[in-house]
Write a protein that binds this ligand. Structure first.
Ligand SMILES: [Zn+2]
Length: 175
């Protein structure tokens, strides 16, 4: 079984997020650099920052637009802001988020949701001519993570769990 399997497929996943992450981890999404390799030529420019070429590493890691979202997500998930490349980040997450704790569940959930929504935003810009700020995309991710964490029952009332619940503004934490 491939190493990153556990950070992509896990109990209580949002399946559409996991599927997209599964594609992104393998660098199989139809980013513009891949279209070029398939012989489909057009401008290769990241639709999020409008500055760099689009490939998986740029789109999901290096892009200033994506980074702004990641850093908010990292802060909420109580993990260091990512400084390595896309591949390194996946390797780090695979090793570090091992196990089924609530904290690691929230990190894996947030990771998949972020990748999914960055890809959605990219597609909305390319195919529908619609664009949103990174703050708006983060707000959407936040709603999804909060709702999902809110449904989790029997979360141990320990500091590290409560810190995550408060960071994502989970409703049932103080009730
Ligand atoms: Zn970019």
């Amino acid at each position: 079984m491939v190493e990153w399997h556990d950070i992509v497929w896990f109990k209580n996943v949002v399946s559409r997020h996991s599927f997209l992450l599964w594609m992104a981890v393998q660098q199989k999404l139809t980013t513009q650099d891949r279209l070029h390799r398939f012989g489909i030529h057009g401008p290769n420019r990241c639709s999020l920052c409008l500055r760099n070429n689009e490939d998986h590493n740029h789109l999901f890691f290096e892009c200033s637009y994506t980074k702004a979202i990641w850093w908010d997500v990292c802060d909420r998930c109580d993990i260091p802001r990512m400084t390595k490349g896309w591949d390194e980040w996946i390797r780090w997450a695979t090793v570090t988020w091992h196990g089924k704790s609530f904290v690691n569940f929230s990190r894996k959930l947030s990771f998949a949701a972020t990748v999914y929504h960055v890809w959605q935003e990219r597609n909305a810009r390319i195919f529908a001519g619609m664009s949103r700020t990174s703050n708006l995309v983060f707000n959407q991710i936040e709603c999804i993570i909060r709702d999902k964490l809110d449904l989790m029952r029997n979360v141990l009332p320990i500091n590290e769990n409560e810190r995550i619940q408060r960071a994502w503004r989970v409703n049932n934490i103080d009730s």
